[in-house]
Design a protein around this ligand. Structure first.
Ligand code: GLN
Length: 456
């Protein structure tokens, strides 16, 4: 723990850790030592982790990287962190992210950009670690912690994992409790592990997952020992290659990476099959209706009364001015954009045209996957991202839709509630990490991790 506390201390340039908790880490490490001495060695005993700022940690700032939650210290602990700590984990601190997990580059954070430890060859340009779990990705990639929690609503675990050369798993919706995780889009949000490799993700997932009476969407299913399921044997498994993911203008290096992944799966004994997921092209517009709709509702609670920060009011200001000023000052541009889109698509006049239609298309996207699995496909292989990590500032000021395109390969998985994993499998021409994504059947994270193991 002392070694990792010192590493975190020396890595401010990455802006990955936004609240450091060395005292808590020392206390937890001492408790872990005592457990080890007593012959009790849970799987994460003494393992230093970072926790995304979206998780409520008792008495420790939990701001979702938003100005509006300045000084918010929750009275309670999220279920995920409770479980990790019960399993002996040591918390080094809270990790940077996009504000309320809205973004793909960590540039919407009130703490400023998190920085990717990788560079393009000798070019010193600072790159994004991806988002929204950018701090988690940067910290694991730079070995400031052995693992980190992430959350993934449309790709926020998998895209940053791919941009930083680490492994990130978004579990099946309902596998991990959402209790105490600050909500973005409740029907899509899912927490998962971000770690150096598949095995570490398997160990962390077993510790994080499980039924929780405090989250009505958490599944009452036994949690297997995912690590024990890893043998790399995928002989006879059928890996689907969806033709709709072969997008026009896909960079050659991504195409080559995908081809390399197919070869690796075949070499491990799997059979490849071309499949069709015909509604893929509607996934981004569907996601960018549903996610903002749910966000606008979830973010209504930040009103200057109940949590965090209230704006300075003028003489004569009433409750409406308090709401308006607090929210105008407290929310950044991207969050305000989402709230406006969300309230628009939910408004009486447009509800059927946008929100209801998006819900129907979501069902069609889900059925595409169900059909593929019913036809005998065991897992689906795609690129994780359409490019390698881009430079900080290179995309932020551009058209926001440009940024949304980062999620083209990942949002389908959230809309369908499936597990998906990003595994580092190659390098760009400029020496940056590139990742592939494997998509699995619901509740079969064990099989998915095992298939991913064949890509390492
Ligand atoms: N980049 C996507 C968005 O901005 C996904 C974010 C996430 O998964 N939390 O909504």
């Amino acid at each position: 723990a002392e070694e990792y506390i010192a590493r975190v201390e020396g890595a401010d340039a990455l802006n990955a850790f936004v609240h450091k908790t060395p005292e808590i880490a020392r206390e937890q490490a001492a408790a872990a030592d005592a457990r080890l001495k007593a012959g009790d060695a849970p799987s994460l005993c003494g393992i230093p982790l970072g926790i995304k700022d979206l998780f409520c940690t008792k008495g420790v700032p939990s701001q979702a990287a938003s100005k509006i939650l300045t000084d918010f210290r929750p009275e309670y602990e999220s279920t995920v962190t409770t479980k990790l700590f019960a399993d002996g984990a040591v918390m080094l601190g809270k990790l940077n992210m996009d504000e309320f997990a809205m973004g793909s580059s960590n540039e919407t954070s009130t703490y400023g950009d998190a920085v990717n430890p990788w560079r393009r060859g000798n070019d010193e340009t600072k790159l994004t670690p991806g988002g929204s779990s950018g701090g988690s990705a940067s910290a694991v990639s730079a070995d400031l912690c052995l693992g980190a929690t992430g959350t993934d609503t449309g790709g926020s675990i998998r895209q940053p994992a791919a941009f930083t050369g680490i492994t990130g798993l978004k579990p099946t919706y309902g596998r991990v409790s959402r209790f105490g995780i600050i909500a973005f889009a409740s029907s899509l949000d899912q927490a998962g592990p971000m770690a150096r490799d598949v095995r570490d993700c398997a160990i962390m997932l077993s510790a994080m997952a499980g039924h929780d009476a405090k989250d009505s969407t958490s599944a009452d299913l036994a949690v297997p020992d995912f690590e024990a399921m890893l043998d790399g044997d995928i002989k006879g498994k059928v890996i689907g290659i969806p033709r709709e993911y072969r997008m026009d203008g896909m960079p050659e290096e991504i195409e080559a990476l995908w081809a390399e992944g197919r070869k690796m799966m075949e070499a491990a004994g799997a059979t490849l099959r071309d499949i069709s997921l015909p509604h893929t092209k509607y996934a981004l517009p569907t996601y960018y209706v549903i996610a903002p709709a749910e966000a606008s509702s979830n973010l209504a609670r930040y009103d200057g009364v109940r949590f965090g920060r209230r704006a300075q009011l003028a003489q004569g200001d009433g409750i409406t001015e308090m709401y308006e000023k607090t929210r105008a000052e407290g929310f950044g541009d991207e969050v305000q954009r989402r709230v406006m889109i969300g309230t628009y698509v939910l408004s009486a006049g447009f509800y059927d045209a946008y929100y209801n239609r998006a819900r129907k298309v979501r069902t069609l996207i889900k059925r595409d996957f169900e059909q593929a699995f019913a036809d005998g496909v065991d897992a689906i292989l795609t690129p994780a991202t359409p490019s390698a990590a881009f430079g900080l500032g290179e995309m932020a000021e551009a058209d926001p839709v440009q940024m949304y395109l980062n999620d083209v390969f990942t949002v389908t998985v959230n809309l369908a509630g499936l597990p998906g994993i990003a595994v580092p499998t190659g390098q760009s021409a400029q020496g940056l990490p590139l990742g592939l994504q494997l998509i699995g059947k619901p509740w079969e994270e064990g099989e998915l991790l095992n298939a991913a193991y064949a890509l390492e």
